[in-house]
Design a protein around this ligand. Structure first.
Ligand code: SAH
Ligand code: SF4
Length: 368
């Protein structure tokens, strides 16, 4: 049997695996701590386990299968990695450094079946789902790199490649493992899942009894316009998405974020802002405006800076909380799926391309 990825297992499953090897429960706890708390990369490092057990575990399991293919940084310390998977697939993850925050943005699928017309990932088609371990391993990669400079991951956002709610089980398992206080111990309120609006999964997420943040990618205030941007809009109309958001707020008490990519001349007019405001008014929500990040082959223009401001003001005037996402990583094309597309257009840049020069840990003051 080929070795299995131990990050794919929940704590209870690790207990079960170790029991099958004749080991008591406390051994499972030790292994769990080595992997999720001490971020061990191989079983031989687990020095409080007997050597024969370490050898046995090393034959049966792998700790990570991700290999860094390309790594790029910009001057603000945003760091993007393209990981290779054993089957030849590749996915992106990004570390965003902000004052007091170290946020990792992770992928849940190779490509995406939704096919949004403004999204580089959507345009590359769908290859496969990532497993729970492949999803969590992206976070652990950056956690190790940060630990080396005395820092840690403070937030995780599931906003990379793929639609997490079309890979619900594995995404949830990865997040529960990252949240587990016996190991990685990242609070649920520091974890955000972004969905294009897969209504049944949103309703299920509401019932998980957790405090995860939910972000919903709306992008248009009416179904007619939304269908032009999001092919899946046919399946779950905006009305159903809003009801699912209401259910999430009711079940969790959490404020929900609506993401809205502003596409120049398409969905960025004041009438769109007004329609959006009347859709959301009175709800515990917040709008995050994301100026379109252009990439080759995407048939849209970024909005005018002035128009972004007018749109924001209009929402505010109608009592809607709104922020504009700062365009981080535009230079290194840190938008969803963009590094991968670029790399595959210029394969001669591979392998092991590394474009990170500066040490970005100078802003440690105020770091929690
Ligand atoms: N599939 C999920 C999560 C991944 S996409 C979702 O769609 O919500 C994460 C965010 O990046 C979404 O809000 C998406 O609309 C946005 N995005 C995708 N392509 C973009 C682009 N070219 N410019 C700006 N934002 C983009
Ligand atoms: Fe998929 Fe999200 Fe991109 Fe749409 S925006 S294609 S749902 S990754």
């Amino acid at each position: 049997m080929s070795p299995r990825l131990i990050l794919d297992f929940s704590f209870d499953e690790v207990v079960q695996e170790l029991r099958e090897l004749g080991q008591p429960n406390y051994r499972a706890r030790q292994v769990w701590e080595w992997i999720w708390r001490h971020l061990a990369q191989d079983f031989f490092a687990m020095t409080n386990l007997p050597l024969p057990l370490r050898e046995e575990l090393g034959q049966r399991f792998l700790i990570s299968t991700l290999e860094v293919l390309v790594r790029e940084c910009d001057e603000e310390g945003t760091e993007k990695v393209l990981f290779a998977l054993p089957d030849g697939a590749s996915v992106e993850a990004v570390l965003i450094r902000e004052e007091g925050r170290r946020t990792v943005c992770i992928s849940t699928q190779v490509g995406c079946p939704v096919g949004c017309t403004f999204c580089a990932t959507g345009q590359m088609g769908f290859v496969r789902n990532l497993s729970a371990g492949e999803i969590a391993a992206q976070v652990l990669h950056f956690a190790r790199a940060l630990r080396d400079v005395g820092e840690h991951v403070t937030h995780v956002v599931v906003m990379g490649m793929g639609e997490p709610f079309l890979n619900y089980e594995d995404t949830l398992k990865a997040l529960l493992n990252l949240n587990d206080p016996r190991g990685f111990n990242l609070g649920a309120r520091r974890i955000t899942v972004s969905t294009i609006g897969v209504v049944p999964a949103m309703l299920r997420f509401a019932q998980e009894g957790r405090q995860f943040n939910l972000a919903v990618s709306l992008h248009a205030p009416d179904d007619r316009l939304r269908k032009k941007l999001v092919p899946l809009a046919d399946r779950w109309p905006i009305k159903q998405i809003i009801s699912a958001v209401d259910a999430y707020i009711l079940a969790t008490g959490r404020r929900v974020t609506f993401e809205y990519v502003l596409l120049g001349g398409v969905n960025d007019q004041l009438r769109h802002a007004r329609a959006l405001a009347s859709l959301l008014r009175g709800r515990l929500v917040h709008v995050n405006l994301i100026p379109f990040n252009p990439a080759p082959g995407l048939p849209f223009q970024p909005p005018d800076a002035g128009q972004v401001e007018l749109f924001r003001q209009e929402l505010l005037a109608h009592g809607i909380d709104v922020t504009v996402r700062r365009s981080r990583g535009v230079k290194i094309q840190a938008g969803c799926g963009q590094l991968r597309s670029r790399v595959f257009q210029a394969r001669n840049a591979l392998p092991g391309l590394e474009v990170c020069e500066k040490n970005h840990s100078q802003d440690k003051q105020g770091f929690p």
